[in-house]
Design a protein around this ligand. Sequence first.
Ligand SMILES: Nc1ncnc2c1ncn2[C@@H]1O[C@H](COP(=O)(O)OP(=O)(O)OP(=O)(O)O)[C@@H](O)[C@H]1O
Ligand SMILES: [Mg+2]
Length: 347
Amino acid sequence: MPFINERLEANRESIDANRANSGPVRVSRFRFQPEAVMTRLRANIVGQNEALAAMEAMLVRVKADIGAENRPLAVHLFLGSTGVGKTETVRLIAEAIHGHQDALCRIDMNTLAQEHYAAALTGAPPGYVGSKEGHSLFDPEKVQGSFSKPGVVLFDEIEKANKDVVRTLMNVLDTGRLVLPAGNREIDFRNTLIFMTSNAGALDAEAHEQRFQRGWRRWLGVSPTGGEAIRDAALRRHFDPEFLNRIDQILTFNNLAGDWLDALLDIELAALNRRLARKQAELWLSPQLRSHLCQGYDRRYGAREMMRAFRQRLEPAVAGALLAQPEITRFRADVHDRDIRVSQYVE
Ligand SMILES: Nc1ncnc2c1ncn2[C@@H]1O[C@H](COP(=O)(O)OP(=O)(O)OP(=O)(O)O)[C@@H](O)[C@H]1O
Ligand SMILES: [Mg+2]
């Protein structure tokens, strides 16, 4: 029995709780705190309030442990353009629940796009090379979690998956189990939070929004409507209704713009300053550099462009200054003719 110790401990706790208070006390088997997970999410994800509110409701529902028994704990599909925080949200949820970075089982559907590779999801069928090992792409421990913590699985870029893979997945959503073709092993998804991400419909939705930014509609102050219908039509083009019906909730992530990028820059800078503190250094960004970093921004690439500029242009400049001027503790980064320069900070 894999979870026996945890079960015993939980039982003991609930008996102790009952003794301490004369009435029965409701104790959840889950040991994660939805509030703590949400604090982590809200501190790191910007501009996605609706999606985060939905995550909070999901975490509370899971913690109460009143879901159907023969299904995964939760099934969510995240839609939205590239680089708006879909994968990051799932990564942070897994990390906050389990307390370490590699708690997430991530399956990249792009790599399973070809029929040829579809079998890799469940491992090779009997008689094929590799069937003895029974290797599948799933890490059973991460998928199944433990008695007190749900497993977290992410299927990234689900629209790229081949039909066979989607069929396998539908089965998992239906029964909470995946039978591996090699031998009679199975992977249990009934203690799992399943997330899927997709860019399907993002381009159509973007084009629709853009139309309202131009011409007579903008002039008349008409705001975009019908975005939902466009999204649903795109979803139906990519996925069968049977598949969509098995998803608890479909959430659309917003495109990031102006102020949100600035907030994201603050998060990145705070993280860099935490690392710099270990080297007795501190960094300050000039307002010009801030707007420069947030400006060369293309809606189609989401936050990635800014993050890339931060890592590939700002960090090397800081590293150079750190090594060249070991006696300086306070630095200032500025931009001159698109060139990032780091020097001593003077008040
Ligand atoms: N809303 C956001 N809040 C905080 N960080 C974000 C946000 N959006 C993107 N990022 C940052 O940008 C990077 C890319 O984000 P992420 O991997 O979540 O994109 P995605 O939405 O999954 O895109 P894709 O569809 O291309 O996979 C991450 O490093 C993440 O930290
Ligand atoms: Mg992603």
